[in-house]
Design a protein around this ligand. Structure first.
Ligand code: SAM
Length: 280
């Protein structure tokens, strides 16, 4: 079976298993996870900036200009070409609205000062991360493709965000120097190079500057068998106190441990199989 079909099969199988394992807010007893679910995951509060950012997404989804593509290894389930229209990248590579809003709410609630994102692409998730606390956080966003990074830079200017530092180059060259230059890592969003070993390696690198209030968010944990294996390995690390599986995102906390690691798989209590877009 071609790799793409294997990944699709893995995604469908994982979605079914997630649906069977997941719990709603009414079955959560952990205080940290209850607060997360009530205030952030289930919370339907909207912020005025969401509309502005989503207007930008619409413009990108209608943009026929092409940019050169660099394949860093994990490839894409929607085809690898030397160049792609911006609208295709916007349609396939960017974090969806619902989960971008969750990123914003996480920053707004937990108030991280130093944020690192692996994988900028056109900069939509970066914008959500930066817009939550523009005066008191810095988002260091890492991207290997200079052509998409140039579009992302224009997007940051359009939204007038000054708390973003875009770092160009492959993660293998830029992640360590970024970690070295920051005092601590409050929030890390891992959203690039969706392969098992690189994902585990980036996690281990970031651990050096993680602390008890750090939050690590992994995108696409069921994108492929390798990504799921990486997630299962990482979430069991001895320093992890709580893991939350939202199917799209895997989220880790590093609180002082007084009990074994808590693992939670959550689904919105209002979720219906026919409701839009939870599984992408
Ligand atoms: C899924 S996209 C990021 C989407 C973005 N976080 C968002 O939601 O708006 C992943 C990006 O990571 C970049 N990337 C993947 N592997 C990389 C590597 N090893 N070094 C640098 N960039 C990489 C790709 O060029 C791509 O633009």
């Amino acid at each position: 079976m071609p790799k793409n079909n294997l990944s699709r099969f893995h995604q469908v199988k994982s979605a079914l298993s997630y649906f069977c394992r997941s719990k709603t807010i009414y079955q959560v007893h952990s205080p940290l996870v209850f607060e997360f679910t009530e205030k952030l995951f289930e919370g339907d509060r909207q912020y005025y900036i969401f509309e502005k950012i989503e207007r930008l997404r619409k413009q990108l989804l209608a943009n026929n200009n092409t940019v050169q593509i660099t394949d860093f290894g994990a490839g894409s389930l929607t085809g690898n070409k030397a160049s792609k229209p911006i609208k295709d990248i916007a349609g396939s590579a960017l974090t969806r609205k619902q989960f971008c809003e969750l990123l914003f709410k996480i920053v707004n609630h937990y108030r991280p000062s130093t944020i690192v994102e692996l994988g900028t692409s056109l900069g939509l998730a970066t914008i959500y991360l930066a817009a939550a606390r523009p005066a008191s956080s810095t988002v260091y966003t890492l991207e290997g493709n200079p052509h998409v990074a140039a579009v992302a830079k224009q997007n940051f200017q359009k939204l007038e965000l000054k708390n973003i530092e875009l770092i160009l180059g492959q993660f293998e060259h830029t992640l360590q120097s970024t970690i070295d230059q920051v005092p601590k890592l409050d929030l890390v969003f891992f959203d690039g190079n969706h392969q098992k070993q690189p994902t585990v390696d980036y996690f281990n690198q970031c651990l050096a500057k993680a602390h008890e209030e750090s939050i690590f968010i992994f995108d696409d944990i069921y994108w492929s068998k390798g990504m799921t294996e990486a997630w299962n390995e990482i979430r069991q690390h001895e320093r992890v106190s709580h893991s939350i599986d939202l199917y799209q995102f895997g989220i880790l906390f590093f609180h002082k441990k007084t009990a074994p690691t808590e693992a939670h798989t959550l689904i919105p209590h209002k979720w219906k199989p026919w409701s839009a877009g939870f599984f992408g």
